[in-house]
Design a protein around this ligand. Structure first.
Ligand code: SF4
Length: 264
């Protein structure tokens, strides 16, 4: 059961320190996709919620128009700490309302989502001169997906969304994030969208947040045969694992546009 509130905010847009991102828009506080590894969980301490992260959503409402002049030549990302197309977007349309304003700003817009709902806005993307949509996906195995991203769209629907966006002429990115050691079939994911992704981004699983024990316990109970590898990587600093992943990405990405966010 999700605790749902509508809250008033003064602005939808905030400055960002993320690399290559000038501003972010987070239309919701909280994210009901409840990914096991959600790196945005730290946001809970900035809310008044007693519910666990993933069990509340605040729907933002802002009466002030976005200052479009300040965004000229900048890059705006939706979103950094929620999924802009989480299921509540269907009813509340906050993301769409923000994009309807941003289309008049002379800025570039990057969208990242795990939701098929993004195809609803293809008509709007077509009117935006500089928009790019990244679909985040880290497996072709929907059983694994349903365990680590229980309320996000299925693998099949994400691939379908990529195809529909691409067919509509929208710039697409496959954002493979986070890459789970052993469990993410990197080549399999690339191959599943090779014909419809204009670009690929790769990011490895970091275990620095409160989700660290959750993920490690999951591996221990669900994939005990891999527990030693995870211990090696995350407790003994096994850097060479990610070096190998990085080399693999280079070898399968020949001729593709891609970026790696993998460090060790
Ligand atoms: S979609 Fe993103 S913000 Fe939402 S729960 Fe998953 S990782 Fe967190």
């Amino acid at each position: 059961m999700i605790a749902l509130n509508v809250i008033r905010v003064r602005n939808y847009i905030s400055p960002s320190k993320l690399p290559g991102v000038d501003y972010v828009a987070n239309p919701y506080v909280g994210c009901p996709h409840k990914c096991m590894y959600c790196y945005a969980e730290f946001m809970k301490r900035f809310t008044d919620h007693s519910e666990p992260w993933g069990d509340f959503v605040d729907v933002k409402r802002c009466d002030e128009p976005i200052n479009l002049v300040s965004l000229r030549g900048k890059h705006v990302m939706l979103s950094s700490v929620t999924d802009p197309y989480n299921p509540y977007e269907k009813k509340y349309g906050v993301t769409r309302g923000i994009l309807e304003q941003l289309k008049f700003a002379e800025c570039s817009v990057g969208i990242t989502t795990k939701s098929y709902l993004v195809v609803r806005d293809i008509d709007l993307f077509k009117t935006m001169p500089n928009v790019r949509v990244a679909i985040s996906m880290n497996s072709t195995d929907d059983g694994f997906r349903s365990e680590v991203e229980p309320y996000a769209s299925s693998v099949t629907k994400r691939v379908e969304a990529m195809n529909r966006l691409h067919d509509a002429g929208i710039a697409t990115v496959l954002f493979m994030s986070p890459i789970f050691p052993i469990l993410t079939d990197i080549k399999g994911v690339v191959d599943s969208v090779r014909n419809c992704a204009d670009e690929f981004w790769f990011e490895h699983l970091k275990l620095r947040g409160p989700y660290r024990p959750r993920v490690l316990n999951y591996i221990k109970s669900r994939y005990p045969q891999y527990a030693d590898t995870y211990r090696y990587i995350y407790e003994m600093g096994g850097r060479d694992y990610w070096e190998g992943v990085s080399d693999l990405i280079d070898s399968i990405s020949q001729g593709m546009r891609y970026d790696k966010f993998i460090s060790w």
